[in-house]
Design a protein around this ligand. Structure first.
Ligand code: NAP
Length: 535
C-alpha cells in the first residue's frame, strides 16, 4: 500500500483551511488539504440557501494578512451574500495559488496517531492512506449539519432539503407548497426569500426570536474608497477589542443609568445603524444585568411587533421565552414583514408540535399540512461536532469523541491533551464564533505557524497539551463566562440542540484581544503549558 507523506495535512478548504495552506507553505512545509466539497469555501460553499449572507460587515469579514488583497477586492454590500463570499474565497485560492495543494471531493474519515512513527495516519473517503507529521483541523464550527429525526420521514413523497447542503443549481419552488422547519439565523434569512418564490410557505417555529434589522445597503464608490483607505486603522481597532471588529462601541452607557427618554434615543440610534453590534452593544449592562437585559428585549420586541399586521401572528412571533443575546442574536431583512403576505402561514410548533412527516406533508398539533417541499433550517452540531464526527484516535488509540464525551476541552482551544500534533483552528475553549471568526482564524493560524517554526528551530517534532494546564484553561473558560447572560438558554451554543450532547458553553468569552494576549504570552514563554519533545 502506498502512503503519501506530508509535513502537514489540513482538514477542510474553507476560510481557515485556505489560510493554513498559505501560512504552512511559507515555513517550507509540504501541505495537503482535503476538502469534502468540490470547491473552496467551507460554510460558504455549502450554505447556498436563498438569502444566505453574513452578518459581519464585508470590510471586517475579510482576511487581513495581505493588504494587497484588501486593496484589490471590491465588496459590493455592507453584509455580503453567500455568492459574493464564495467568489472572494475563490479569488483568494487563485491569487495565492492554493488549489494545487487541495484534494476536493475527499473527506478525512479517520485519523490515528501512530506513536511509533510520531505521525498521523489518515484514511480518506477515497480509501487512500496519508501520513502527516501534523494534522491541522480547519473543519469549521458549523459544518456538521443537524437534521432532527422525525417519524415518517421516509414516507414523504415530496422533496427534502437541508439549508446547509442546498443544491448548487438551486431549487425550483414556484407553484409549490413549502414547509420550513427552524427559525434560527438561517431560517430567518431564508424565509423572506422562499416566501417570494413559493405558492405557499408554512413556517414551523418552535422558539420565537429577537431579530435586529440588518439595514443592509450597497457600497458606493466613496464607501469602498474609505474602506480601503482605513485598512490599517481598522486593523488596529480589530486587534484592540473583544470581538475583532472595527467600529466597536468603546464605552457605551449603562442602560439602567439612563432616563427612559435617553435610553430610547440610544436604542433607536442603534436600530437605525442595524446589525447585531449596534443594538446588542449599545449599552454596557445588557449582557450582564438581567433587568437591563429585560428592558432591551422589550424594546426589540416592541420594534419587531410594529412590522406585523396581524396581532395574533405577532403574538406568536414575539412571545419570547429567553433573554436577548442568551442565544445567537439574529439579523434579519424583512423578516417580520413576510408574515403579512397572504401566502405565508406561521405554525407555532411549541403549542402544535411537529408529530410526524407523512406521505403528503407534515402533521403538527393534530393538523395535516400538505407540502411539496420540506426544508430543514435546523442548524448544526457546532464546533466540536465536526471533530467528533471524524474517527480521531490519539495516544493509546483513545477516541477524541470519548475524551470529549462529557465536555470538549483543549488547551487554548488549540491542542487537546492526548492528541499530539493535532491543532484545531477555532476549537472548543477558544473565542471561535464569539468573535469575527475570520479574524479569530487568522490569529489561530498565525499562532500555529509560529509554534511550528519554533519547534523546527529547536529540534522538536512532537507537541501535546499538559493535561493539568488544559484543566486550568477550562476553568479559566468557565470563569470568563461567569455572570454573563450569554448561554443561559438552550441553543446550539450550549450544544443542547443535539440530542444527547452534553450541555456547556465551551467558548472563551473573555474577549479575542485578551485571548490573543494569552496565546502570545504562552508563546513568549517557550510554549509554556505545552509538552514539546523530539522523537
Ligand atoms: P440554529 O440557530 O440552531 O436554529 C435551528 C432552528 O431549527 C431553531 O429554530 C430550532 O428550534 C429549529 N429546530 C431544530 N430541531 C427542530 C425540531 N425537531 N422541531 C422544530 N424546530 C426545530 O441553526 P441556524 O439557523 O442554521 O444557525 C446556526 C448558526 O449559524 C447561527 O447561530 C450563526 O452562528 C450561523 N449563521 C450565521 C448567519 C449569518 O451570518 N447571518 C446565517 C446563518 C447561520 P429551537 O430554537 O426551538 O431549538
Amino acid at each position: 500500500m502506498s502512503v503519501e507523506k506530508f509535513d502537514a495535512v489540513v482538514v477542510g478548504a474553507g476560510i481557515a483551511g485556505l489560510y493554513a495552506i498559505h501560512r504552512l507553505r511559507e515555513i517550507g512545509f509540504s501541505v495537503k488539504a482535503f476538502e469534502k466539497g468540490d470547491g473552496v469555501g467551507g460554510t460558504w460553499y455549502w450554505n447556498r440557501y436563498p438569502g444566505a449572507r453574513c452578518d459581519v460587515e464585508s470590510w471586517d469579514y475579510s482576511y487581513t494578512f495581505s493588504e494587497e488583497l484588501a486593496q484589490e477586492w471590491e465588496w459590493t454590500e455592507r453584509y455580503p451574500t453567500q455568492p459574493e463570499i464564495e467568489r472572494y474565497l475563490n479569488h483568494v485560492a487563485d491569487r495565492f495559488d492554493l488549489r494545487r495543494d487541495i484534494e476536493f471531493g475527499t473527506r478525512i474519515d479517520q485519523a490515528c496517531f501512530d506513536e511509533s512513527e510520531n505521525r498521523w495516519l489518515l484514511r480518506t473517503s477515497k480509501d487512500a492512506t496519508i501520513a502527516a507529521r501534523y494534522l491541522v483541523s480547519a473543519a469549521g464550527a458549523l459544518s456538521e449539519k443537524f437534521t432532527p429525526k422525525i417519524s415518517g420521514v421516509e414516507t414523504f413523497a415530496g422533496e427534502q432539503y437541508h439549508t446547509s447542503s442546498w443544491p448548487a443549481e438551486g431549487v425550483d419552488l414556484a407553484n409549490k407548497r413549502v414547509g420550513v422547519i427552524g427559525t434560527g439565523s438561517t431560517g430567518i434569512q431564508a424565509i423572506p426569500q422562499i416566501a417570494k418564490e413559493a405558492e405557499h410557505l408554512y413556517v414551523f417555529q418552535r422558539t420565537a426570536q429577537h431579530v435586529i434589522p440588518a439595514q443592509n445597503h450597497p457600497l458606493d464608490e466613496d464607501q469602498r474608497r474609505e474602506i480601503k483607505a482605513t485598512f490599517r486603522q481598522r486593523l488596529e481597532e480589530k486587534l484592540a477589542n473583544a470581538v475583532g471588529m472595527s467600529g466597536f462601541p468603546e464605552d457605551p452607557p449603562s442602560l439602567l443609568e439612563l432616563d427612559a427618554e435617553t435610553r430610547r434615543e440610544v436604542f433607536e440610534g442603534g436600530w437605525e445603524v442595524g446589525g447585531p453590534v449596534a443594538v446588542n452593544r449599545a449599552f454596557s449592562d445588557t449582557g450582564t444585568n438581567w433587568d437591563a437585559n429585560k428592558v432591551l428585549g422589550e424594546l426589540v420586541i416592541e420594534k419587531n411587533s410594529e412590522a406585523v399586521n396581524d396581532p395574533g401572528v405577532a403574538d406568536k412571533l414575539l412571545t419570547i421565552d429567553h433573554p436577548i443575546g442568551s442565544r445567537r442574536l439574529i439579523v434579519g431583512i424583512d423578516y417580520f414583514e413576510t408574515y403579512n403576505r397572504d401566502n405565508v402561514t406561521l405554525v407555532d410548533a411549541s403549542t402544535a408540535p411537529i408529530e410526524a412527516i407523512t406521505a403528503g406533508g407534515l402533521r403538527a398539533g393534530g393538523d395535516e399540512i400538505e407540502l411539496d417541499v420540506l426544508i430543514y433550517a435546523t442548524g448544526f452540531d457546532g464546533v466540536s461536532g465536526p471533530l467528533m464526527a471524524m474517527d480521531i484516535q490519539g495516544v493509546g488509540g483513545r477516541l477524541l469523541r470519548d475524551k470529549w464525551a462529557t465536555r470538549p476541552t483543549a488547551f487554548l482551544g488549540l491542542v487537546a491533551s492526548g492528541f499530539p500534533n493535532l491543532f484545531m483552528i477555532t476549537g472548543p475553549g477558544s473565542p471561535s464564533i464569539f468573535s469575527n471568526v475570520i479574524f479569530a482564524i487568522e490569529q489561530h493560524v498565525d499562532w500555529i505557524k509560529d509554534c511550528l517554526t519554533y519547534m523546527t528551530e529547536h529540534g522538536f517534532n512532537h507537541i501535546d497539551a499538559n493535561p493539568d494546564v488544559e484543566d486550568d484553561w477550562t476553568q479559566q473558560v468557565d470563569k470568563a463566562a461567569e455572570n454573563l447572560i450569554v448561554g443561559s438558554t438552550k441553543s446550539w451554543w450550549t450544544g443542547e440542540n443535539i440530542p444527547g450532547k452534553p450541555a456547556g458553553l465551551n467558548f472563551y468569552l473573555g474577549g479575542l484581544h485578551n485571548y490573543r494576549a494569552k496565546c502570545d504570552e504562552v508563546a513568549d514563554n517557550g510554549y509554556e503549558g505545552f509538552l514539546l519533545q523530539s522523537r
